[in-house]
Write a protein that binds this ligand. Sequence first.
Ligand SMILES: NC(=O)c1ccc[n+]([C@@H]2O[C@H](COP(=O)([O-])OP(=O)(O)OC[C@H]3O[C@@H](n4cnc5c(N)ncnc54)[C@H](OP(=O)(O)O)[C@@H]3O)[C@@H](O)[C@H]2O)c1
Length: 308
Amino acid sequence: MTTTAAPWTVAVLGPGGVGGLCAGLLARAGHRVICLARAQTAAVLNERGLTVRSGVFGDFTARVEADTELREPVDALLVTPKETGLRAALDRVPREALGEGLVVPLLNGFEHVDVLRERYPAEQVVPGTIRVESTRVAPGVIEHGGLNARVELASSTAPHARVERFAAVLRESGQHVDVLPDETAMLWGKLSFLLPVALLTTRYGVPVGEVRTAHRDRMLAVVGEFAEVSAAQGAPLDVPALLTFIDKVPAETRSSMQRDAAAGRPLELDAIGGALLRAAARHGVEVPRTAGLVAEVAEVGAPGALDG
Ligand SMILES: NC(=O)c1ccc[n+]([C@@H]2O[C@H](COP(=O)([O-])OP(=O)(O)OC[C@H]3O[C@@H](n4cnc5c(N)ncnc54)[C@H](OP(=O)(O)O)[C@@H]3O)[C@@H](O)[C@H]2O)c1
């Protein structure tokens, strides 16, 4: 698969499950990809390239460049560490090296967008979301399961035409990409599903099917509180549509937060639950059920997990 557009130079900060998949697809499509990674990971990528194993995109290895720091201007920078490693990773991208490149974060949550707009020119920041199941099984080796990746892009600060041009580049690499009109609605829409599902599957250590039956009252309470905060934030939520969506998710589905908890990795709890509590406080919305759940998940993520 090669691109019909002029090749772009795209840097990918944090070539893990999400970033590695995007990097591999872009490189395969003929773009120049510079992965920004820790020294050990960068060495592996320079030596062996990026290997993607996917039922949708096929199995392939793409040549990429890798470095520990951005040293030249790029057309776009994909920002794909987890929130827990975001600030340390961003130190690899000095403002002056970036040039006029777009900055496109694909993290879950929403507070990282302000962090990026503080570090880089606001008119270059294009928030995105991605729906995908992709795992970095070893440095430079990415396993993509499930369906095609679905990316959404929306920016209240970047010129629309630039966002569309980047969307076309991603689309040509094989991903499904939509450009949406409302950044807040996009980010909160993704969070509206993620927050109840991630927190409740992690809290109880059960798949989605059991959350929506055994813990339905709690799920409804959290969704209700989320809807109040989301509306106050300017992103009214269609609650019946969200519940219908959650009810259709395959019963055995587990969340990545739950997998992180099981593996003893840091949780993105602050970016998801913590951010919601802070937004609620800013808007004067009471969210006691969500606050209780966030505290319980913090216990699960820490030594001395709760029982049951
Ligand atoms: N994975 C999914 O299917 C999926 C789906 C939707 C949304 N998301 C969201 O996407 C974001 C990324 O998740 P992910 O699953 O792709 O995470 P991940 O597999 O852990 O990848 C994160 C990458 O960031 C790198 N990194 C961390 N700190 C770094 C630093 N200081 N300098 C350079 N690189 C650094 C890691 O490097 P090493 O490889 O060297 O450890 C890793 O490759 C999260 O916000 C997640 O919620 C993920």
